[in-house]
Design a protein around this ligand. Structure first.
Ligand SMILES: Nc1ncnc2c1ncn2[C@@H]1O[C@H](COP(=O)(O)OP(=O)(O)OP(=O)(O)O)[C@@H](O)[C@H]1O
Ligand SMILES: O=P(O)(O)OC[C@H]1O[C@H](OP(=O)(O)OP(=O)(O)O)[C@H](O)[C@@H]1O
Ligand SMILES: [Mg+2]
Length: 304
């Protein structure tokens, strides 16, 4: 295809996910709960969709934004940090954005932090003036430094960033942090958060004009259903009719409950789909307010 030719129309959707790493299993599980299944090729880099015309490409996460930009895949599941890094680099190079975050997926949570040696006295971003900062995210870091009006040099490393200060390659680092254990092990402390990240579904800025449009709609509809129900619980209990108003006040995140009369006029059986966290505290409050025989069921598995 010549560089100016319009991309060929396709009737199958192609989603890139990480081949192996933190996001690969949760990404697959999420798509499987949307009703997708695949026949894997022998090299397992391309999985042909069986239940629906939705295929998987298994790649390195850093390649996903480029594959989207080139139209090789239609959607990708990738960390927001990786997607935004590509967006920052494109913006820096004066290139238009071709992909965007379509949905946040709620796993792979981490932060992109500036971290400095434990002994440093941090006095805000101005402390970075003239320093060397090691990172795998030069685009995001350069954008943040510009916003802070700080001039510093960026040392690009593709991994093991936290060791750079000890090796004398940099003064401070800008890297992903989750538990903070890697920073602590390298005598560094986090001082600023540049961005909060999680896995996202990335997709094209422009809508599809071929058969993929319909497939994309269906996929997003299913995904929204799964995301909404993932943390939802079906709550079942019995209560006296007079206690029901007080109990419902404890369930502001519940959809209108189903109520059945079970014992003469006074005892009701209730079923309520709740979308918020079902903590022990909440269950104890419900019991105190008169809920009996409480049962809490996950609902995600009921989708398939
Ligand atoms: N410590 C962490 N805790 C939680 N999420 C993280 C952590 N580190 C990275 N992530 C998220 O998971 C994504 C993938 O991380 P992973 O370490 O598997 O990538 P990788 O080593 O670059 O893999 P690949 O071989 O695909 O290039 C990151 O881009 C980020 O969004
Ligand atoms: O705050 P923590 O829970 O310690 O996690 C942070 C570490 O996790 C990631 O590295 P990873 O383990 O993927 O290794 P790599 O990126 O150096 O390959 C990230 O680059 C940090 O080094
Ligand atoms: Mg990578």
């Amino acid at each position: 295809m010549s560089p100016t030719a319009a991309p060929a129309a396709r009737d199958r959707l192609r989603i890139a996910i990480q081949k192996s790493g933190r996001l690969s299993e949760p990404a697959r599980a999420l798509l499987a709960s949307c009703g997708l299944s695949w026949r894997e090729s022998r090299d397992k880099l391309f999985c042909y969709g069986e239940t629906l015309p939705v295929d998987l490409l298994l790649v390195r996460d850093d390649d996903i934004p480029g594959l989207l930009a080139d139209g090789v895949c239609d959607y990708g599941i990738v960390g927001r940090n990786v997607l935004e890094e590509q967006a920052a680099e494109r913006a820096g190079g004066g290139k238009p954005q071709v992909s965007k975050e379509v949905r946040a997926l709620g796993f792979g949570g981490c932060r992109l932090d500036i971290a400095v040696p434990d002994a440093w006295e941090w006095q805000g971003a101005a402390s970075l003036q003239g320093k060397r900062i090691a990172t795998s995210y030069p685009g995001l870091l350069a954008k943040w430094l510009a916003e802070q009006q700080v001039e510093a040099s960026v040392v690009m490393l593709s991994g093991s960033v936290e060791i750079a200060p000890r090796l004398g390659q940099a003064d401070v680092v800008c890297d992903l942090v989750s538990s903070g254990a890697t920073l602590a092990a390298n005598q560094l402390k986090p001082v600023e958060t540049i961005m909060r990240s999680e896995a996202v579904l990335a997709g094209p800025v422009q809508a599809f004009t071929d058969a993929r449009g319909e497939l994309a709609h269906m996929l997003l509809r299913r995904l929204d259903g799964v995301l909404r129900l993932r943390d939802s619980r079906l709550l079942m209990f019995q209560a006296q009719r007079a206690e029901v108003p007080a109990l419902l006040k404890l369930l502001p995140d519940a959809e209108t409950p189903t109520m059945l009369q079970v014992d003469g006029a006074d005892t009701l059986a209730l079923q309520a789909l709740c979308h918020g966290a079902m903590t022990w505290q909440r269950l104890e409050d419900l019991k105190r307010a008169g809920a009996r025989g409480l049962m809490v069921l996950p609902v995600e598995r009921m989708l398939a």
